[in-house]
Design a binder for this molecule. Structure first.
Ligand code: V47
Ligand code: SF4
Length: 397
């Protein structure tokens, strides 16, 4: 696909409005778009137009390369002291009997299950509970590192960090330094939701504010470490709240350069307190990926989380700015299946992920968490007997 030609053809289109043409010209000249232009893209940018711009940027950065990793999730608990309205996963502590709470040993048991598997990352995140404090998580990270030094620990979000540092009466800078010393390698993007207080107070009251979320990432970046960012979209927020969210991420990235990947997360409405809010369409998902790619000119990667949006939308998203589709997962996350995502048991073998990417003409690359190339699958032939291997979480009482 000649993306440069597509952009030039778009610029020749006499029917394109002056304001949309000005944005397209900025993209061609690698210039940053403004907040107002971000809003304009949401209000007036048609999907075809957005796709040309976002794909131009995507291919300039990565060509056809499409990244994934081999990972598994540990969700320590589905109990939570908070009560986010969009969350289908958590159970309040007063309903403790309906939840699970893994002990340190149970979590280590999950880690050991992968001893002979070539996974490179454990993604560890769940509800917030008092017993999972600074000491508990420090010991857990240290134990994982001791057991398997090469496994990247991508764990917890500012929601947990804010809670445990407050309880331990330490500031964010001290807390993040302790986490690094304990073996934390990076922070996933969760807990960001929508930063703007107008929306955050309605959907995620009481947990860390947008400002605190950004401060914790900033302290982590100051230690020379990397993290991801997300945005929960498609519920009660307006376009101005989405652009504000993107703007705040872009500003922090200008300051620290510590973000690797932005992951838009589509709101799913099953079994939560916002079930009356309809889900947005696939068109809006693709629009949102594309605008994220255009706006976040200082982010290297845009990720579509296939477990959340389905395999086919993940494939489509690769033409709308996305260059990463996350990992194998191995059926170890429940956050989205409980919220109504198409994938009820999310697991894909490496072979399936590679085929999914190749089917839409892209070039699959297995990466580690920091985007070092593990295997280039462009011309790779899988042995006949390489079958998917899935593991189930241990059944707990
Ligand atoms: O913060 C919860 C979201 C997030 C729902 O960094 C929901 O690589 C939609 O951040 N509908 C956690 N979304 C997951 C997360 C993540 C996922 C994959 C990769 C990475 C990464 C990070 O899930 C939460 C919240 O925003 N979430 N409930 C729901 N009903
Ligand atoms: Fe708790 Fe996270 Fe669910 Fe909010 S989204 S209720 S913080 S598990």
């Amino acid at each position: 696909m000649n993306t440069e030609l597509n952009l030039d053809l778009l610029l020749l289109d006499k029917n394109l409005s002056a304001e949309l043409r000005a944005i397209a010209e900025k993209v061609k000249l690698n210039e940053r778009i403004s907040f107002e232009e971000g809003i304009l893209l949401y209000e007036k940018g048609e999907l075809g137009y957005l796709g040309v711009l976002a794909n131009y940027i995507r291919e300039k950065l990565h060509g056809d390369k499409t990244y994934f990793n081999r990972n598994f999730h540990i969700e320590p608990t589905n109990l939570c002291v908070y009560d986010c309205k969009f969350c289908s996963y958590s159970v309040l502590i007063k309903e403790r009997s309906q939840g699970w709470e893994y002990t340190m040993e149970e979590m280590m048991e999950i880690v050991r299950k992968y001893d002979s598997e070539p996974v490179t990352e454990v993604h560890l995140v769940g509800g917030v509970l008092p017993q999972y404090d600074l000491k508990f998580y420090s010991e857990l990270f240290t134990a994982i590192h001791k057991h398997r030094p090469g496994l990247h620990v991508k764990a917890l979000t500012p929601v947990e960090y804010h809670y445990i540092f407050k309880k331990a009466k330490i500031d964010y800078a001290t807390g993040m330094k302790l986490m690094k010393e304990a073996g934390l390698d990076s922070i996933p993007g969760g807990g960001a939701e929508i930063f703007h207080p107008e929306i955050r107070e309605q959907i995620a009251k009481d947990k860390c504010t947008g400002k605190q979320w950004l401060q914790i990432h900033e302290e982590w970046h100051k230690l020379g470490m990397r993290s991801n960012a997300t945005m929960l979209y498609g519920h009660i927020e307006e376009f101005k709240h989405r652009v504000d969210h993107l703007e705040q991420l872009r500003s922090l990235q200008d300051k620290t350069g510590g973000f690797q990947t932005f992951i838009p997360l589509k709101f799913r409405n099953q079994d939560n307190q916002m079930s009356h809010v309809p889900e947005v369409s696939v068109i809006e998902d693709l629009t949102n990926y594309a605008i994220s790619r255009i706006y976040l000119d200082n982010f290297d990667h845009i990720k579509a989380y296939w477990a959340m949006i389905s395999r086919s939308t993940a494939q489509l998203s690769l033409n709308f700015g996305v260059d990463d589709i996350d990992g194998t997962l191995d059926d170890t996350t429940k956050i989205y299946s409980m919220a109504g995502a198409e994938e009820q048991n999310p697991a894909m073998s490496t072979q399936e992920l590679v085929e999914l990417i190749k089917q839409v003409g892209r070039h699959p690359i297995e990466r580690d968490t920091l985007y070092n190339v593990i295997t280039d699958y462009k011309d790779y032939q899988f042995p006949e007997d390489e079958k998917p291997k899935f593991y189930k979480l241990p059944v707990l009482n």
